[in-house]
Design a protein around this ligand. Structure first.
Ligand code: HEC
Ligand SMILES: [Cu+2]
Length: 441
């Protein structure tokens, strides 16, 4: 059928429009690609800072280059063939390019070449895998209660909705899967932190990764790849940092509402700083003189009454005992009768040295402002109604249903302010450098 004049016009109008598409596509693609080029991205996998991360990078790089070459070759060939075989002017339906099919040489080539590439990548991958899973842990000397001892750096990492808990056992310890039927059965740890954890530099630190609820995945890109945290299982993993610094991470297995707000930071320290950190973490909370009589009475089982005109810190301690101590452990305060948190996972962050942290609630909020002051605003918003600032299921619970994440305790503004006064006394203030290096917002 011959094409009429009008049809020709529409065809050429349309093709004008279609001709602009490749240009727009290139611009959009470039924009998208460049958007990934932040020079200081915290989760940059292309800036390895440890032996293991180096090895992973050493695998990524050649694969990426080969894949890039293949992409360019294939796209180039498609374009070249299309242009080469193009019909110069359209002169009706009868005119077709020469039709070809089957070419043994070509078909054998494009079967063998990719197969060879795949085999090479497979070998490289397996070699890297075996190498990064090798256990090269070496014990380091640390001091506990003034006595030197050798410690195989090992941290038990427990994921839960939506924060990471880090448990340090400085003595020999045994783990078996039956301890995970109820997370409270995990042996008591010497040090428990949330969101942020310290590691010594230059040694391999073994991780034992598990979960208290759903599957999470632990990932600190600059130090190592990912390892899933599976309920009921202990999965071995490791990290190692060459130099002191802060290494950001993120839960990388979709785990529910606040998955994207489940972050962590590994803080690598040289030997002296790490020892200091251990000493600090191993000691119970210290209470100011004003609080001591109250703490003593509480520990004796008969908390003293606190009058309305007592100081904010003391009133805050009293509120904490009444409203928060059923979930949060503070060593030296409620460790005598603490029996696991009243939440689905049976665990809430240990707040013994809370003010020594620089982030909170899954390492998504800064605990200190840029000017170094305590971040009362974000903390108040958190305590006022956690659900408002980090989604969880804790509100509107059915009768007897346990909360997931931190529930709203319906405190008055004054109680909130008091309890923040008290929280600020928990632990030595971190250094300004630490505050700056760990900033998340
Ligand atoms: C029913 C248990 C429960 C109670 C009661 C509770 N919390 Fe929490 N709290 C949690 C859980 C679970 C988290 C971790 C939530 C997250 O990070 O998403 C948490 C997190 C926190 C954090 C951040 C800690 C960190 O290291 O990231 C602070 C601070 C905190 N709670 C303070 C309080 C205060 C103050 C009260 C009392 C007014 C209180 N909580 C009562 C369960 C509880
Ligand atoms: Cu998660």
């Amino acid at each position: 059928m011959a094409t009429t004049q009008t049809e020709r016009l529409t065809v050429s109008d349309k093709s004008n429009f279609w001709r602009r598409i490749p240009g727009a596509g290139v611009v959009a693609l470039l924009g998208l690609t460049l958007a990934g080029c932040a020079s200081d991205a915290e989760l940059d996998t292309l800036k390895p800072e440890s032996g293991t991360a180096d090895e992973i990078y050493g695998l990524v790089l050649p694969v990426f280059i080969v894949a890039g070459l293949v992409l360019v070759l294939i796209c180039g060939a498609v374009l070249w063939l299309a242009l080469k075989n193009r019909v110069p002017t359209y002169e009706g339906d009868d005119e077709f390019p020469e039709q070809v099919s089957h070419n043994n040489t070509l078909e054998i080539t494009w079967t063998i070449v990719p197969a060879v590439i795949m085999v090479i990548i497979a070998v490289l991958t397996i070699v890297t895998h075996i190498s990064i899973n090798k256990d090269e842990a070496a014990a380091i000397e640390i001091e506990v209660d003034g006595e030197a001892r050798m410690w195989d750096p090992t941290i038990v990492v427990v994921g839960q909705q939506w924060w990471w808990e880090y448990r340090y056992y400085l003595d020999e310890f045994d783990l078996d899967a039956s301890m995970l039927e109820d997370p409270r059965d995990l042996p008591p740890a010497d040090i428990v932190t949330s969101g942020q954890f310290a590691i010594p530099t230059g040694v391999e630190v073994d991780l034992v990764v598990t979960s208290r609820d759903v599957i999470h995945s632990h990932w600190i890109p600059r130090l190592n790849g990912k390892r899933d945290a599976v309920p009921g299982r202990f999965s071995p993993w490791k990290i190692e940092a060459d130099d002191p610094g802060v290494y950001f991470g993120q839960c990388t297995e979709f785990c529910g509402l606040s998955h994207s707000r489940m972050r962590m930071q590994a803080i690598a320290m040289d030997e002296a700083d790490f020892q200091q950190w251990i000493d600090m973490q191993m000691s119970p909370a210290t209470f100011g003189e004003e609080l001591q009589p109250y703490v003593a009475s509480y520990r004796a089982g008969e908390p003293a009454t606190v009058s309305e005109d007592a100081s904010g810190v003391l009133r805050g301690l009293d509120t904490f005992v009444a409203q928060c101590a059923s979930c949060h452990l503070v060593d030296g305060l409620n460790d005598l009768d603490y029996d696991g948190a009243e939440v689905v996972s049976g665990s809430a962050p240990n707040l013994t040295h809370f003010a020594n942290n620089t982030t909170f609630a899954g390492a998504i909020f800064d605990l200190y402002n840029d000017d170094g002051t305590f971040n009362r605003d974000d903390l108040a918003a958190w305590i006022r109604n956690p659900n408002d600032v980090k989604a969880n299921f804790a509100n509107d619970l059915a009768d007897g249903e346990l909360p997931r994440g931190m529930p709203n305790r319906n405190l008055t503004e004054r109680q909130i302010s008091d309890v923040i006064d008290f929280l600020e006394t928990l632990g030595p203030r971190p250094s300004d450098e630490r505050i700056a290096a760990t900033e998340v917002e």
